[in-house]
Design a protein around this ligand. Structure first.
Ligand code: ADP
Length: 510
């Protein structure tokens, strides 16, 4: 509905914004809120990991967590068991030495303690200390009694109970065991105690080796988990890949493509639904193509009758009054256009019914191009790039001829005739250039002119009423069937240049 008092061609004023920041537009008495519609997809879509990468990462992280936990629990359990065993064994050794020392002290005088210390069964990296009658005696003399922890000394000397303590001295782990030695004489007040210091470096090294082995095992398990995840994801995605491939093949015209249900074990229902959908699609396309083809065939006979009647009338032009002549010319033009339309629709419907139906021959480009130009009745000059005339190409000759017949016809109609047909070498591709010196095609129309029933401004402007808008669509169709491309660009000296690019044979005839 038109807004009262508003001129038709008025330039709309920019929408105002309300308090909520939502732009509004004023139309008559009502205010229309123009909601800002969010785009259907994020403008800067986040790059997301593919399914396979995500499954692989999940497997790797799962394997890492599981193996890490198992390695951790294993390490703690083994460590405490080894440490306890070692500590027990060393404590027993210290107790045994203390017993020996006590027995020796019963027999020998105190002055012989240093000598006694050297005879005790102590392993390497072990030191012994004896406290007796307020004096300290040491085996090697490297360890000072002041280095013994106060708490340990107090527990052994004052508490009178055997005691042990794990300490780290200058980065080295040591076990200190203190054993009180009861006095020979029950009334004696002298305290005697035996201390033994064990170096635990070997034990620590063993534990480090164990930790390293468990870490490597966890790492290997993680890598194995990642490999397993990747393999499992690849297997799980195989049906999807096959489905994608099949869908692309169908979109490319291979309507006979189907999914093999046997490969889809768990997804048999998907495969059969997909196949059923393609069956239906194929059937529908065939039905529609048959219908179009039947309609066109049915139109042909009345058209032929019409054309024949027209020829009879045209043969008697002299007998017709001027007004009837005018009507006859108009009718003639329309019948010709109608015939052309029916022919082109028939060609298109044949393509739609069997898009992959193409019979190729291997021919030399020189002979093919010359034959095509002669067959279309054109006298366009031909120009071959060096070696191109002798090169071979695999084409459907009928379709190839049709492509250039249409391009020459258009060049004639819109550009005063083709000025050149050039054949260029582009490695694995051969380019055929058809040029004319007409008005060319505006850049914004260059894609659209290849669509069905699309007529460019050139056709409309020049009043060329017999165009159907199907000629370039047929060209594009035939070129695609050959696996090539077609486009239009500007001719350097003005005019249009249609470029047909087809895959060429690489080897030379020589
Ligand atoms: P038709 O010629 O029947 O209209 P086509 O599919 O052959 O249909 O061409 C589509 C449109 O492309 C034409 O209407 C015309 O505007 C434009 N066109 C085609 N060839 C040329 C050319 N050589 N020069 C200029 N315009 C062209």
């Amino acid at each position: 509905m038109k807004a009262a008092g508003k001129p038709m061609d008025a330039v709309p004023s920019p929408p105002e914004a309300n308090e909520a920041g939502i732009p509004t537009e004023t139309a008559g008495p009502e205010t229309v809120v123009v909601a800002t519609i969010p785009p259907p997809y994020p403008q800067h879509p986040r790059r997301r990991l593919g399914l396979r990468a995500r499954v692989t990462t999940a497997f790797a992280l799962g394997a890492l967590a599981l193996s890490g936990a198992l390695a951790g629990i294993g390490y703690v359990a083994v460590r405490s068991s080894i440490v306890n065993q070692q500590v027990d064994a060393l404590r027993h050794q210290a107790l045994a030495n203390a017993v020996i020392l006590r027995e020796e002290l019963l027999r020998a005088p105190k002055s012989s303690i240093p000598l006694l210390l050297t005879t005790l069964d102590s392993g390497p990296n072990t030191e012994s200390l004896v406290f007796s009658a307020d004096r300290w005696y040491r085996s090697f003399g490297t360890l000072s009694p002041s280095q013994l922890p106060k708490l340990l000394r107090a527990r052994v000397l004052l508490g009178g109970a055997p005691s042990q303590q794990l300490v780290t001295v200058q980065g080295t782990s040591e076990l200190l065991v203190g054993v009180p030695i009861p006095a020979q004489d029950i009334k004696a007040t002298d305290k005697t105690a035996y201390f033994e210091i064990f170096d635990l470096s070997d034990l620590v090294r063993t534990l480090h080796t164990l930790l390293a082995a468990l870490s490597i095992a966890a790492l290997i398990t993680t890598v194995a988990g990642a490999i397993l995840g990747s393999w499992a994801a690849a297997r799980a995605l195989r049906p999807l890949k096959e489905t994608t491939r099949a869908a692309l093949a169908i979109a490319g015209g291979s309507l006979d493509t189907r999914l093999e249900s046997a490969h889809f074990a768990d997804l048999a229902a998907l495969a059969s639904a997909f196949n059923h959908m393609v069956d239906q699609l194929q059937e529908r396309i065939k039905r529609e193509a048959r219908f179009t083809s039947d309609v066109n065939h049915e139109l042909r006979s009345p058209l032929t009758t019409l054309a024949n009647s027209l020829s009879v009338l045209e043969a008697r032009r002299d007998e017709l009054p001027p007004k009837a002549l005018q009507a006859l010319d108009l009718l003639g033009a329309e019948v010709r256009r109608f015939r052309r339309l029916v022919d082109e629709l028939l060609e298109i419907s044949r393509f739609d019914a069997a898009p992959a139906d193409i019979s190729r021959d291997e021919v030399s480009i020189g002979a093919l191009v010359e034959h095509t130009v002669a067959a279309t009745g054109s006298d366009v000059p031909i120009q071959f790039a060096p070696g191109m005339a002798s090169r071979h190409i695999s084409v459907d000759k009928r379709r190839f001829e049709r492509i250039f017949a249409n391009l020459f016809e258009n060049a004639q109609r819109y550009g005063g005739g083709a000025t050149l047909l050039a054949v260029e070498d582009h490695g694995a591709w051969v380019r055929f250039l058809v040029e004319d010196s007409g008005p060319g095609i505006a850049p914004e129309e260059r894609e659209r002119v290849f669509e069905r029933f699309s007529r460019g401004s050139t056709g409309r402007r020049r009043g060329l009423g017999d165009g159907t808008g199907l000629g370039l669509a047929i060209v594009s169709q035939h070129v695609q069937q050959h696996g090539g491309r077609v486009w239009v660009e500007d001719r350097p000296d003005g005019g249009a240049r249609f470029v047909v690019e087809l895959p060429g044979q690489v080897e030379d005839e020589t």
